[in-house]
Design a protein around this ligand. Structure first.
Ligand code: ATP
Length: 296
């Protein structure tokens, strides 16, 4: 089997402008210190401000201003953990970061590594880091990180051995990044508390960013992004739609715009312009998956 299975390499086309909201978020701390195993000696830097700028700095600066970093004797971050509900742009942020830094983008999925034959997942992990070193500057995006980087001893014997071997390979590779320049690992999870404490030590994932569901202003920006190339009528008031879509994720807002477009086309395939009533019809058929409890 090919060692490149499941890996995609590209400099993504998504840019920061394609992401609505997230720039002026309210601080929201995640208390890892309570949840992780306190017996393990570790030092977690939790940044209380979660914004694109933080990610932008963590990603772009070390790559763009590499020599300034060496002059200052500062070693750039090696790992950033993005966490938050599904569909709220973790993947998109990682891609935008890679685009901004003109970095090669390697994408791995924890679930996919986990499902591979014994040894194959580890080999893929190692070869991905190897290829990222060759292609540097690189970003390795590691989706569903908790599947591989979950706390040791959490699951049943067989599956936990597989996960442990993958985790220890990941740790070895992260530590090996010390010498490598211009490689950043961005991991994403919906379950940050399930992440093994060993990964949260400085020099591994020492920047933790919460990617929240969008608030009203962010929803408006997301609606703007996804109607940018759409013929919409003057009677569409995106601000009101943003107000009426509480708990919708970015992915669901994108779905709403697409659905409104389809409703309009169904009505008139040749001169279809999306009007307010198309949005209302689409809206009446969609329900957000998140509940208030998910975000509080
Ligand atoms: P998952 O946890 O399910 O992998 P995710 O947090 O990585 O989800 P993405 O895959 O980045 O979410 O987002 C899904 C889709 O939703 C993207 O195609 C993107 O276009 C849209 N989307 C999500 N959030 C935003 C946003 N803030 N602005 C614009 N589009 C967004």
């Amino acid at each position: 089997p090919s060692l490149t299975r499941g890996v995609t390499v590209e400099v993504p086309k998504v840019s920061w402008e394609d992401i609505g909201g997230l720039q002026d978020l309210k601080p929201k701390a995640v208390d890892f210190t309570v949840k992780v195993n306190v017996n393990i000696l570790f030092d977690v830097y939790i940044w209380p401000l979660y914004s694109q700028k933080k990610l932008q700095q963590a990603v772009e600066w070390p790559i763009i201003h590499q020599s300034a970093f060496s002059r200052m004797g500062i070693s750039p971050k090696r790992g950033v953990l993005l966490h938050g509900p599904p569909g709220c742009s973790k993947t998109t942020l990682a891609k935008a970061a890679a685009n901004a830094a003109q970095a090669s983008f390697f994408s791995l999925s924890g679930a996919e590594l986990f499902s591979m034959y014994v040894g194959e997942g580890e080999a893929l992990l190692r070869s991905t880091f190897q290829r990222a070193r060759v292609a540097a500057p690189s970003i390795i995006f590691f989706d569903e990180a908790d599947v591989v980087a979950g706390k040791r001893g959490d699951s049943s014997s067989n599956s936990s051995t597989v996960a442990e071997r993958l985790l220890s390979t990941l740790l070895t590779e992260m530590d090996g990044l010390e010498q490598a320049k211009g490689i950043l690992v961005l991991a994403a999870t919906n379950r940050p508390h399930a992440i093994d404490a060993a990964l949260m030590r400085p020099g591994r994932f020492d920047l933790v960013l919460y990617v929240p569901p969008p608030d009203k202003e962010a929803r408006l920006e997301i609606l703007n992004v996804h109607t940018r190339n759409m013929a919409i009528d003057d009677d569409v008031d995106l601000r009101t739609i943003a107000e009426n879509t509480e708990l919708f994720t970015g992915a669901e807002l994108e779905g709403l715009c697409r659905e409104a477009g389809i409703v309009a086309l169904r009505e008139n395939i040749s001169t279809g312009v999306v009007c307010n009533h198309h949005f209302q019809t689409a809206l009446s058929s969609l329900k957000p998956a998140l509940t208030r409890a998910d975000i509080e």
